[in-house]
Design a protein around this ligand. Structure first.
Ligand SMILES: Cc1cc2nc3c(=O)[nH]c(=O)nc-3n(C[C@H](O)[C@H](O)[C@H](O)COP(=O)(O)O)c2cc1C
Length: 325
């Protein structure tokens, strides 16, 4: 969970026998390596590293400029000063920039979302014995992953918090986990990991009963002690119900599920074209950072799934163990 997961969270889950997952999507190889090294300091157990496998398109400058001018004015009205009237610098990284570093760091489990890995990266990682887990939100995506040699499919239901892993053109697939899981299990042969709305031992057992080989869990860990989520985000999670979340492109230019807040509503109401990921993500980054520094939950993303945490803030170890029993 990029922006939320700390090395301490990854290590806590791996130390208890789960596969903690360290997000490095979109980070420079150096920044990602620092996080990997910090995680290795805290655990000797295996952990996964999570990548973003998106392609980067070009976007007309006037679309970027209009959104940026809107954000500068909106930020000002809320007491935030964005640095400059001219566009921020765009510097993007995807999985291609990170693969060699992962091999140098001897990482053995890699998950990814937003697309598929290119053939060369798949070959290199497999040659080093790395297991690959790709995210699918519909059967067609799962079949693409399977036919390119990926080892596990992560079936991400529409209930899930954070970004959709969808990567095909056309309408966004909006399939609930149980339907998605059954669809994929019927047609694909590789093991499937269930993600979306799993928040207690009963839902874990239900997914396994349907045929999942494992589960991937996000939202229940956001309000853990080790999480990087700001206090007001954790509080909103405690107060919210499933109907308080929705899908939006406002923060990053990619569909993602989060708790509804003022930023989300105002960007959507602006009527402007929202530049695609990762452009919008960069345009909104400094404002989100300033809001987080002031613990302001109205102006930053509050990613959350429809199954909200069942308990108050606890350690990751405690959350993990309670999920099992
Ligand atoms: C705060 C947050 C951040 C997330 N960031 C990532 C990410 O960086 N990479 C990824 O593959 N999935 C990410 N996800 C999605 C999760 O991998 C997973 O699909 C989802 O959390 C499962 O649904 P749940 O939130 O209901 O448990 C994120 C989810 C949340 C809630």
């Amino acid at each position: 969970m990029l922006g939320v997961t700390s090395p301490g969270m990854v290590a806590a889950v791996s130390n208890e026998g789960g596969l903690g997952s360290l997000p490095i999507g979109g980070l420079s190889p150096d920044a990602a390596r620092t996080l990997i090294k910090a995680t290795k300091q805290l655990t000797r157990k295996p952990f996964a590293v999570n990548l973003f496998a998106h392609e980067i398109s070009s976007v007309p400058r006037d679309i970027l400029q209009k959104m940026w001018s809107f954000l500068v004015e909106f930020a000002k009205s809320k007491g935030y000063q964005l640095d400059s009237p001219s566009l921020p610098e765009f510097k993007f990284y995807n999985h291609r920039h990170q693969v060699d570093m992962l091999l140098e760091e001897d990482i053995k489990h890699v998950s990814f979302t937003f697309g598929n890995l290119d053939n060369e990266s798949i070959k290199k990682l497999h040659a080093a014995g790395v297991s690959l887990m790709g995210t699918a939100t519909c059967l067609q995506e799962a079949q693409i992953l399977e036919s390119s040699g990926i080892d596990f499919i992560i079936a991400q239901g529409i209930e899930a918090g954070g970004h959709r892993g969808s990567f095909l053109d056309g309408e966004l697939p909006r399939i609930g986990l149980f339907s998605l899981l059954s669809n994929i299990l019927q047609k694909c042969k590789i093991p499937v990991i269930a993600a979306g709305g799993i928040h207690h031992s009963q839902s874990i057992r239900a997914a396994m009963e349907l045929g999942a080989s494992g589960v991937q869990i996000g939202t229940p860990f956001i309000n853990s002690v080790e999480s990087q989520a700001i206090p007001s985000y954790k509080k909103r999670l405690e107060e919210a119900t499933g109907t308080d979340t929705k899908l939006t492109c406002a923060f990053s230019g990619r569909w993602a599920r989060g708790i509804i807040n003022e930023f989300m509503q105002e960007v959507e109401l602006s009527g402007l074209d929202i530049p695609p990921y990762p452009y919008q993500n960069t345009l909104t980054a400094s404002l989100r950072k300033m809001a987080q520094a002031k613990d302001d939950h109205t102006m930053t993303n509050l990613w959350s799934g429809q199954s909200l945490p069942l308990q108050e803030t606890r350690s990751c170890k405690d959350i993990f163990l309670r999920l099992l029993y």
